[in-house]
Design a protein around this ligand. Structure first.
Ligand SMILES: NC(=O)c1ccc[n+]([C@@H]2O[C@H](COP(=O)([O-])OP(=O)(O)OC[C@H]3O[C@@H](n4cnc5c(N)ncnc54)[C@H](OP(=O)(O)O)[C@@H]3O)[C@@H](O)[C@H]2O)c1
Length: 241
């Protein structure tokens, strides 16, 4: 039987690499395309042998999410894996003693936290109808309260901490129905999230996605005996919530 996966924020970075990795694993992949051009995704679609479908998607916009959900329903009533990957960073400098940009924080929350929730909420039916029933939330070590050392990154850190809580709420609801949730820090990755290539990153997007999909494979193994839900990094190490 065909297996289906959806990745948000799939235009570039870790999201694009997750799409490639899922295609290699024979999934039918629905790729949320945020950028208008979507060049790389378009190229992959042509190579994907009909298993990749690009879906225009701004996870911070209710209408855009509704249209994307209709596009999903048109092709499948089962979704094995939803990967909530799309996110934005916001200001990394301002501390509590500076002027904070609340309008920008609103946007970061709307995308990083509520965007993921909109997608999980809208797709929970097809997810629970599927064989794998897995939601993967790409979080960050920046969302770990226990490990927090920063004095800034307000919007991003708080949005990811809230995503972690969201993951737990979903987990509590869907576990009795066979549902699974993962919350993963993808590592420090060389992407353009900061508006320019982050050359300090330790991993390439392909390496990060490779690690993440290995953890997904382990989670979906029928013999899986690990934790039900934990904030884990790309190597599977548990981080404090
Ligand atoms: N890179 C790291 O070191 C690192 C560390 C910890 C966690 N993460 C997490 O890893 C995930 C992937 O990040 P990345 O490093 O690959 O960054 P990235 O290259 O910027 O990828 C994020 C993707 O999300 C898209 N996006 C932005 N706003 C969106 C919206 N409203 N709706 C849908 N998609 C949207 C971006 O599009 P545009 O490029 O057009 O804006 C981009 O394609 C994120 O959840 C991030 O928080 C990354």
């Amino acid at each position: 039987m065909n297996r289906w996966a959806f990745v948000t924020g799939a235009d570039r970075g870790v999201g694009l690499s997750l799409v490639k990795g899922l295609l290699e694993r024979d999934y039918h992949v629905l790729a949320g395309q945020y950028a208008e051009a979507g060049d790389e995704l378009e190229r992959l679609e042509q190579l994907g042998g009909g298993r990749l479908k690009r879906i225009p998607l701004d996870i911070g916009d209710e209408d855009s999410v509704s249209k994307a959900l209709e596009s999903v329903a048109a092709v499948t009533d089962r979704l094995d894996i939803l990967i909530n990957n799309g996110a934005i960073l916001g200001d990394m400098e301002a501390t509590i003693e500076d002027e904070l940009d609340f309008a920008e924080m609103d946007k970061v929350f709307r995308v990083n936290t509520l965007g993921a929730l909109r997608m999980s909420n809208g797709l929970i039916g097809p997810i629970l109808e599927s064989g794998s029933k897995l939601i993967v939330n790409i979080s960050s070590e920046a969302g770990s309260i226990g490990d927090c050392w920063r004095t800034g990154w307000y919007a991003y850190s708080m949005s990811k901490a809230a995503l972690n809580m969201q993951s737990r709420l979903i987990y509590n609801q869907i576990t009795p129905k066979g549902g699974k949730v993962m919350v993963i820090h993808p590592g420090h990755v060389r992407t353009y999230m900061q508006g320019k290539l982050d050359t300090a990153g330790k991993l390439t997007p392909d390496e990060s996605a490779g690690y993440i999909l290995r953890l997904v494979d382990q989670r979906l193994d029928p013999g899986y005996s690990g934790e039900g839900l934990a904030l884990i990094d790309y190597e599977g190490n548990t981080l404090p919530w």
